[in-house]
Design a protein around this ligand. Structure first.
Ligand code: HEM
Length: 486
């Protein structure tokens, strides 16, 4: 009797949710279970599970993740509608509970609403940091950091040691960013401090990317049932401490020594400028830039090298181009990048197959919007499944194979205009670090390929298993032996 009653209640809830969905004309989607909705359907690899589901329900799909209505976008045209045509309405962010620590959610340029304060911070980054003039001014400092990478790889080559390429790319990315921002080296190859910083950054990105029951049921945020916020507080605190130390040191020597970097520009804007910058704003802005720029760039280098080691012909195509354009004894410079179309194509192809943010950074509907005849309710969370779009066989022939050649005679770029390739997003919240990322990726990959031959440790085939998080990492680190050739 009790069982029949339970079944009757269950069926009525399903029927009611189906009726409500039909009545409100939400995008179609799998039936949500009572209370938990579709959480179980996410699985360990949500980007793959949702790609699979979208084949049944279409490019605009509704899910209920706990109490959060979520819309998954899986085609270039739907992505265009969300990111370009209705960009303003979808410019909000859903804030994970893990980011509600140290006031980060109230200050971060990546999380605050796209209002007046956000516009000022974006302008600040655009003019003081990512303009071509500013980036050109930092090219010498970045060349030095890449030379350190080449020296380190050469040492490994002499001793026949395998290199953890993810680790080497992490150290170099961190030092390229810190050279660009505040003219210092933050970390060394293979030191304990490096390992600790890497673990801290990975800790933050893992926590931000891992499923948290409090995000599905916001009333649980205060209870923090998985202790995620507690751990997040620790990792964020550690990173803020490192950044605070650098700012403090520079504040002390500011009057004695003038530097020409982003931090110096920010100090100048601290007092009485239109930006109204406080110490905390600067500290959190750097946190944003390191979090946005390190894991993404590092994982792209590691994936690109993984694909090249699995495809030796593509590797020698890239090396031949470098030899022809740069010459045997010269180093790759930022000014060479535009003359290296194969290198550019292989970076695009790595970002197509392995977009670091498979759902970009989730957006939020700030108001109700109608798209393609469907209603997207206000406050819906929006996942743009860039991973699904870039592996869609109706857009990309042989979508799972690594073929940089597909971009050689194509105008498709990743600057947010071609919605079949959107690893950096599009619209007003598109990644502000795109041009710096392009320079860093070209420099690191160009130098690794131009100066060295590469062999997998133990002669094995590179593993391509993914690990889902805020950035889509390799589950097994790539270890390869460099053989110095230039
Ligand atoms: C936002 C990707 C490198 C800083 C984003 C977004 C994506 C992304 C997908 C969200 C875009 C959207 O919502 O439409 C990447 C990739 C990178 C990279 C694939 C490298 C391969 C960088 C670098 C920096 C950076 C080097 C800075 C040094 C940021 C910031 C935001 C952002 C601050 C938040 C922007 C906002 O919400 O207004 N990035 N990024 N990123 N990225 Fe990047």
């Amino acid at each position: 009797m009790a069982l029949s009653l339970l079944i009757a209640i269950f069926v009525s809830i399903l029927a009611w949710s189906h009726f409500r969905r039909r009545r409100r004309n939400l995008p179609p989607g799998p039936y949500p279970f009572p209370i938990i909705g579709n959480i179980l359907q996410l699985g360990r690899n949500p980007h793959r599970s949702l790609t699979h589901l979208s084949k049944t329900y279409g490019p605009l799909m509704s899910l209920k993740l706990g109490s959060i209505h979520t819309v998954v976008v899986s085609s270039p045209e739907s992505a265009r509608l969300v990111l370009q045509e209705h960009d303003k309405a979808f410019s909000g962010r859903t804030i994970p509970a893990a980011a509600e620590v140290h006031g980060f959610d109230k200050i971060s340029v990546g999380l605050i609403p796209a209002g007046e304060r956000w516009r000022k911070l974006r302008k600040l980054c655009r003019e003081q940091m990512f303009s071509a003039r500013r980036l050109d001014a930092g090219a010498g400092a970045r060349r030095e950091k890449v030379q350190r990478l080449v020296d380190y790889l050469r040492e490994c080559s002499v001793s026949g040691r395998a290199v953890d390429l993810g680790q080497a790319a992490f150290v170099t990315t961190f030092n390229l960013l810190s050279a660009t921002f505040f003219s210092v080296d933050l970390i060394e190859f293979e030191s304990d401090a490096t390992q600790q910083l890497k673990e801290t950054v990975e800790g933050v990105t893992k926590i931000l990317g891992s499923p948290n029951v409090a995000d599905f049921f916001p009333f649980l945020k205060r209870l923090d049932p998985q202790r995620i916020k507690k751990r997040s507080e620790f990792y964020f605190g550690r990173l803020l401490g490192v950044l605070g130390g650098i700012i403090d040191e520079r504040l002390e020597t500011r009057s004695m020594e003038r530097k020409n970097d982003f931090l110096a520009a920010l100090f100048d804007l601290m007092d009485g400028s239109e930006y109204d910058l406080s110490y905390k704003d600067i500290q959190h802005l750097f946190l944003d830039l390191f979090l946005g720029g390190s894991d993404t760039t590092q994982s792209t280098v590691e994936w690109a090298m993984t694909e090249l080691l699995a495809n030796p012909v593509k590797m020698s195509n890239a090396k031949n181009e470098l030899r022809r354009v740069i010459g045997e004894n010269n180093q790759v410079e930022e000014s060479d990048i535009s003359r290296l179309p194969y290198l550019q194509a292989l970076i695009k192809e790595a970002l197509r197959l392995h977009p670091p943010g498979p759902f970009l950074i989730p957006r939020r509907a700030d108001r109700e919007v109608e798209i393609g005849g469907y209603i997207i309710p206000q406050h819906s969370q929006i996942f743009i499944n860039a991973w699904a779009i870039s592996r869609d066989s109706s857009i990309w022939p042989n979508p799972t194979s690594f073929e940089p050649e597909r971009f050689l005679n194509s105008n498709i770029g990743f600057k947010g205009q071609d919605f079949e390739l959107i690893p950096f997003g599009s619209g007003r919240r598109m990644c502000p670090g795109l041009s710096l990322a392009g320079r860093m990726l070209s420099l690191m990959l160009g130098s690794m390929l131009h100066n060295f031959e590469w062999e997998m440790e133990g002669g094995v085939t590179p593993d391509t298993t993914e690990e889902f998080g805020l950035a889509l990492h390799k589950a097994v680190p790539l270890k390869a032996i460099p053989l110095y050739c230039n």
